[in-house]
Design a protein around this ligand. Sequence first.
Ligand code: HEM
Length: 177
Amino acid sequence: MALTFFFSSAAGAQMMHGHGHSHGADGTGHDEVTMPGLRGLDATEQESLDMEVLFRNFKGITRTVENLPNGIRTVTVSDDPDVMDALINHTVGMIDRVGQKRDPKVFIQSPTLDIFFARAESIRSEVEVTDEGLVVVQTSEDPEVVAALHIHAAEVSDMVNRGMHAVHERMMQRNSN
Ligand code: HEM
């Protein structure tokens, strides 16, 4: 069985709300304090908690990225159902945000994301949950957006491989330039 979400416009992106992957909406399951850097100027507690689950469990996540001439195809997966839930929530929610140009402004987020929020209408996104894992295909006709999709996919892979260390290194490199 495959669960598919298509995003090609802000209106389309809104349709997926309520697809049943959110957890903790009733306040159960999470009583920890969110890592401060994962809060955002426009991020909900649940969004920050989902990112925290991803960072805390990066060792159990695997991922492959295929760079397409006009975008990316990624497959990301975890054996842990809670991590998978957070991953699906995060990805569907964030791509939905891009469609609506609602930048969460998470304190440690990558500046690579800026162009997605600025040029959201040029990105077509498909998110599918299959036996392989979470499959994301994003394409664009805008070469600068395509370049950013390639960079961002590699940044996510770096986080999957090295967790928060990848973020700290990226932030230090930028600050030293
Ligand atoms: C600093 C914290 C993070 C922020 C602010 C963030 C934000 C975002 C945003 C805005 C998108 C949508 C981008 C687009 O439409 O192309 C996205 C996509 C995605 N994020 Fe995150 N993210 C963070 C950390 C993580 C972590 C730790 C993972 C670990 C698995 C992750 C996995 C993904 C995946 C799989 C996608 C779909 C795009 C792809 O597969 O390359 N993110 N994220």
